[in-house]
Design a protein around this ligand. Sequence first.
Ligand code: FMN
Length: 252
Amino acid sequence: MQLHGAHGYLISQFLSPLSNRRTDDWGGDLEDRMRFLVETVRAVRDTVGPHFPLAIKLNSADFQRGGFDEHESMAVVDRLALEDVYLVEVSGGNFGAPAMMGKTVPESTRRREAYFQSYAEEVRRRVPGMPLMLTGGFRTLAAMQSALDDGACDLVGVGRAMCVDPATGVGLLNGTVTGAPVEPKQLGMRRLLGRVINLRSIDGILDLQWHTDQIHRMAAGLPPNLDRTWRQALFSMIRRNGLGALRRRRGF
Ligand SMILES: Cc1cc2nc3c(=O)[nH]c(=O)nc-3n(C[C@H](O)[C@H](O)[C@H](O)COP(=O)(O)O)c2cc1C
């Protein structure tokens, strides 16, 4: 079981000073902002018992000015080390700043693949006993192997590669696959559209939608279509979510 403490969902809304404006015991300084996470972990642990594997997905940062940052995130991992948690999965960003889809991370980091590896390495130094999973940006077996060999993580998470070939994981493990296709999705007409919409956000959502479309194709018995364009992904996004999907959002 994994509690989702990342990507702008409820637990990460509590963690972030941008979204958590509470003035009671559940907001304010980090100790209070992480109370919801800690209490949730305890409540779940009480319910599932001591032997049930319980993991947490945590943002390394929100990637927004004034948001939850790496310094705070590491303090949360310090705190989680005192609780009965099996594993922390490291990710980052949210739908306003989709770092998890590689949209707000520097080009050099994107080239190196693992978007949050430096953070994971720092967590490893700080909390050596905490099992870590690292997700976001992995494309090649070489990058995955080196993250494991460097001790940055104990588990590698793979998202988009699985959406275009569900056998990727097996292929990587038995050596018949050495990498996954990269299909970065990005809107055209950027100067014009950038005036009315949050481009980074839409790029992230489009990337997600393009891959969701591939899952829908496979569910319908069709092969994935790597030639699917961003325009087609945009149309299916609007068809599934309405025009509201393009609207600017507050902070997260
Ligand atoms: C189609 C799709 C659906 C996703 N759904 C979730 C989700 O429900 N929860 C989550 O934490 N991350 C979700 N993600 C994000 C992935 O967990 C991962 O952070 C992201 O794809 C980056 O990893 P990658 O570079 O291996 O794709 C999703 C990604 C894709 C492409």
